[in-house]
Design a protein around this ligand. Structure first.
Ligand SMILES: [Zn+2]
Length: 340
């Protein structure tokens, strides 16, 4: 009954599909009118392009590569080759691997519009879908345990009152930077780095306070993901955990007034419960206001960061100093990206 009420009030939901790619990440967002956004593409062998065809995807408005590790961009070359793409966004971190080099060549050959993500950018997509880039900062982090991970593109997706936080493989230094910038709560957390113990600190999870945590990882993976501390921290703040290694493909619907898990079993659910359907409506109470009257920036917090950072790996250069007020329009689909 609650579900019916939610859908009828706000309209068609935005669908979040966490594809079953084993040890890797790939998330497909589908807006109410059928626009598609892909964030990461798993390893090459995980066959994301094939899965997208099977799901009926014909073109991708926006493709995001959170960082250039093979478990996130391995399948990207096939995606770029096989689908029309509105724009391709990445962290700006380069990699020496053949996978990365070949992907860059293919993007260039195909004439795909490529942009570097920076905190403060706002993707104003159709269907009242807003995507805000929270990370990386204009000056990339250096000297961390993994600079590729630390500069992962972090996105906040908003649809109505519902929120999804996509974190790539961000680790503790990134979480600390996001906290300093002023992190808002969010309903769904795509848990960083396959649940690794290098991520999902207690402070970070507390700030996000997700009702639902989704983890993409391979069964019996050699990294021992997820880390005990990650699970402990998520459970401490009452997040219901969903893991692709236990149940495969996960699907959620952001109704605009609450989140519904439509495919996927929560961790710890009774194994005799065969049908992988949950209709739990998670209440919304974690919405931030999108600015109105033409001011498309929500990165006010960028300027609030203290001038003296405790970590010298984060640069203090503000967005204003490094980017011009600008934006561009997707040639193919007409939506706008703004940054201020
Ligand atoms: Zn990864």
């Amino acid at each position: 009954m609650l579900l019916t009420l939610a859908l009828s009030t706000f309209g068609t939901p935005l669908t979040v599909d966490m594809l079953d790619v084993g040890q890797g990440d790939s998330v497909l967002l589908t807006t109410p009118s059928g626009r598609h956004i892909l964030v990461d593409a798993g390893t090459r062998s995980s066959g994301v392009a094939e899965t997208l065809h099977r799901l009926g995807v014909e073109e991708l408005d926006l493709v995001v590569a959170t960082h250039p590790h093979a478990d996130h961009i391995g399948g990207m070359r096939d995606v770029v080759t096989e689908f029309p793409i509105g724009a391709y966004i990445d962290s700006g971190m380069e990699h020496t691997t053949r996978t990365y080099q070949e992907l860059m060549s293919t993007i260039e050959e195909r004439g795909v519009e490529r942009r570097v993500a920076q905190a403060g950018q706002h993707f104003d997509l159709p269907d009242d879908t807003d995507i805000y880039v929270l990370w990386p900062r204009p000056s990339l982090m250096r000297g961390t345990r993994s600079d590729l991970n630390s500069n992962s593109v972090v996105l906040r997706v908003e649809y109505g009152d519902d929120c999804l936080l996509l974190t790539g493989d961000a680790e503790e230094p990134t979480e600390a930077g996001l906290l300093r910038a002023g992190l808002e709560p969010c309903d769904i957390l795509k848990v960083a780095h396959h649940g690794s113990g290098h991520s999902s600190t207690r402070r970070f999870v507390e700030a996000v306070s997700p009702s639902i945590a989704i983890i993409s990882l391979g069964e019996n993976n050699r990294y021992n993901h997820p880390g005990d501390s990650t699970i402990r921290n998520l459970e401490a703040f009452d997040a219901t955990i969903y893991r692709t290694d236990l149940t495969g493909h996960l699907s959620l619907e952001m109704t605009g007034e609450g989140v519904v898990v439509t495919d996927g079993l929560a961790m710890g659910a009774p194994t005799e419960w065969v049908a992988p359907i949950s209709t739990t409506l998670v209440s919304e109470n974690q919405h931030i206001n999108i600015v109105d009257n033409g001011d498309v920036s929500t990165d006010d917090h960028i300027d609030e960061e203290p001038a003296t950072n405790v970590e010298n790996t984060v640069d203090d250069v503000t967005v204003e100093e490094t980017t011009e007020a600008a934006g561009f329009c997707s040639k193919m689909f007409g939506w706008m990206i703004f940054w201020d």
